[in-house]
Ligand binder design. Structure first.
Ligand code: NAP
Length: 168
């Protein structure tokens, strides 16, 4: 499984349940990377999707601890183990947030697709700074891009411990 996230320079990822600054090209990038795969998402992040609904053209696994939680068009998992079990046969799975879900699944991801946006808006949720974690290395730095004065790049990091988990 892999993850995808847009981070700001300070590794902030959201404020008040949403992303304070969005690069339109990043939305397209997200769709093209995750299209037709399975996505794992927290209940709070799903509420921020258009209409508060699961994403189209993908199998959505929504995490909630609420026993009778239902989301039309999504499968519900009530724990990390339940989510892992639901996706075990799926060819490609992306962890798509939010902060609590990234923290849970990060050690089990092979690759992190990071959109690095060079701005530092006020945030109340953060992604772990991968540059401070020894097992995560930059695999592809991506080219520097610009949208209306905002600089960003599509990077990939690789989890050097991933194969160890696979062997367990
Ligand atoms: N920049 C990006 O790329 C990006 C991507 C995604 C999200 N975000 C941002 O991240 C923020 C949301 O992150 P968040 O951490 O507040 O919320 P979240 O991770 O999206 O969702 C939290 C919810 O997930 C469920 N959950 C969490 N751990 C669980 C577990 N172990 N078992 C079962 N259910 C579990 C719970 O739902 P219940 O309350 O229903 O039990 C919990 O309230 C927003 O600001 C959003 O914009 C940013």
């Amino acid at each position: 499984m892999d993850l995808i996230v847009a981070v700001y320079e300070n590794w902030g990822i959201g404020k008040n349940g949403t992303q304070p600054i969005v690069v339109p090209e990043d939305r397209k990038h997200f769709r093209s990377v995750t299209g037709h795969s399975t996505v794992i998402v927290g209940d709070r992040t799903m509420k921020d999707f258009p209409g508060g609904k699961p994403l189209k053209n993908r199998r959505n696994i929504v995490l909630s601890i609420i026993p009778d939680f239902e989301a039309d068009g999504a499968d519900v998992a009530h724990s990390f183990d339940e989510a892992m079990n639901l996706v075990k046969e799926d060819e490609e799975t992306f962890v798509i947030g939010g902060a609590s879900i990234y923290r849970l699944f990060l050690p089990f991801c092979r690759r992190a697709y990071i959109t690095m946006i060079y701005v530092s808006p006020d945030c109340d949720v953060w992604f772990p700074n991968l540059d401070e974690l020894d097992n995560w290395v930059v695999e592809d730095e991506g080219e520097l891009r610009e949208h209306e004065g905002l600089f960003y790049r599509f990077m990939t990091y690789k989890n050097m411990n991933y194969d160890k988990h696979e062997d367990e």
